[in-house]
Design a protein around this ligand. Structure first.
Ligand code: ADP
Ligand code: DP6
Ligand code: CO
Length: 348
């Protein structure tokens, strides 16, 4: 039996309505539905190769050149689910090679900072699940793959789709209805752009998993966010995306970033993901929007200080020009993002 490998890439997605809180931490079931935009793979992406061999001693993961543990329950859930599907396939078709029990080596590289609040776990687990499913030649659709990726990292379920994506929280205890769905493809709103402002590439002090557990346990505001704020915002944001109403989309996106960082601050002890530079970015975007009397741009911050700015192509000169003015020389800032969806920029 020949060794075989496959290589895939997976994009980052940046939430505009944040997932923050689990109702089941083993199955990675969220306390609220969320919405995100999948970025172009021209810019931020994970590339993962996976290979099986009877000569490997055990499964192994190499991330950005270093061997990492592959023993976490979430990594193991993904591997077990994919192997189970391959075993079923081999049982149905005895002519297939028996590869499900062979050790796997997974080699993955992120072309952007890992664990810094730029959704590396999303692209990383999406790529891992997709690559193994391809290696095993599984006949799983994107929805099924999204449920497996969800068990690795919640946000990863959304990276299985391009464009505008929702993660429906579902209501079943076994998680079979907690999956990603596409709200609209990228082509629906081709004029939308994202600029990534890398404030710090350092690994975050509080990983997302632990951070949201602390918030669920200790924040008084959290219950209000989940019950009173997010459900209506989820519907409004979907509507704004379908109507391509950037003004409303931008307002909801900024409000939800604020709300997420508010529940982080309300955790005990408090969690600070944004730093002084992040706050200056909020101020600059707010100032641009006030100056133009409309929402020209929207900021959003994940669990880290780095900003993602959404804007429309027609306003690119205003947005990037102003950021350049305030924050000095930004390498590559003058590059027009004609073809590209996201424009990563070193910042400041
Ligand atoms: P981020 O904000 O970057 O998503 P998280 O704290 O959610 O940060 O997750 C970071 C973790 O995700 C890493 O420590 C690693 O365990 C996992 N991860 C990141 N990239 C990959 C990848 N390419 N393949 C597998 N796992 C990855
Ligand atoms: C702030 O998906 O990284 O980026 O499920 O524990 O791996 P785990 O958490 P993760 O959390 C993402 C949080 C967020 C918001 C979002 O992407 O929706
Ligand atoms: Co993450």
């Amino acid at each position: 039996m020949a060794n075989k490998y496959v290589t895939v890439t997976a994009p980052v997605n940046i939430a505009t309505l944040k997932y923050w809180g689990k109702r089941d931490r083993f199955l990675n079931l969220p306390t609220n539905s969320s919405i995100s935009v999948t970025l172009s793979q021209d810019d931020l992406k994970t590339t993962t190769s996976v290979c099986y061999s009877k000569n490997f001693e055990s499964d192994a993961l190499y991330l950005n050149g270093n061997e990492e543990s592959l023993s976490s329950p979430r990594q193991q859930s993904c591997l077990k689910l994919l192997r189970k599907c391959r075993i079923e396939k081999e049982e149905q078709d005895p002519s297939l090679d028996k590869i499900a029990s062979l050790p796997l080596h997974i080699v993955s590289v992120n072309n952007f900072p890992t664990a810094a609040g730029l959704a590396s776990s999303a692209a990383g687990y999406a790529a891992m699940v997709y690559s193994i499913a391809k290696l095993y030649q599984l006949d799983l659709d994107r929805s099924e793959l999204s449920k497996i990726a969800r068990q690795g990292s919640g946000s990863a379920c959304r990276s299985l789709y391009g464009g505008f994506v929702a993660w429906e929280m579902g209501s079943l205890d076994n998680g079979s209805d907690s999956k990603a769905v596409q709200i609209a493809p990228r082509a629906h709103w081709p004029g939308i752009r994202a600029a990534i402002l890398v404030v710090s590439a350092a690994k975050k002090e509080v990983p997302s998993t632990g951070g949201m557990q602390l918030t669920v346990k200790t924040s008084d505001l959290f219950d209000y966010r989940v019950k009173q704020v997010v459900p209506a915002r989820y519907e409004e944001m979907k509507k704004a995306i379908l109507a391509k109403d950037f003004g409303v989309f931008a307002e909801l996106t900024m409000k939800d970033s604020n709300s997420f960082h508010a529940v982080c601050l309300d955790s005990y002890p408090p969690i600070f993901y944004m730093n002084d530079t992040s706050k200056r970015i909020v101020k600059v975007i707010t100032t641009i929007n006030e100056a133009y009397g409309r929402n020209v741009a929207a900021y959003t911050f994940d669990a880290g200080p780095n900003a993602v700015i959404y804007y429309e192509e027609k306003d690119e000169d205003i947005v990037l020009g102003t950021l350049h003015e305030f924050f000095g020389s930004v390498p590559g800032w003058a590059k027009k993002s004609g073809k590209s969806f996201s424009v990563p920029r070193k910042f400041p």
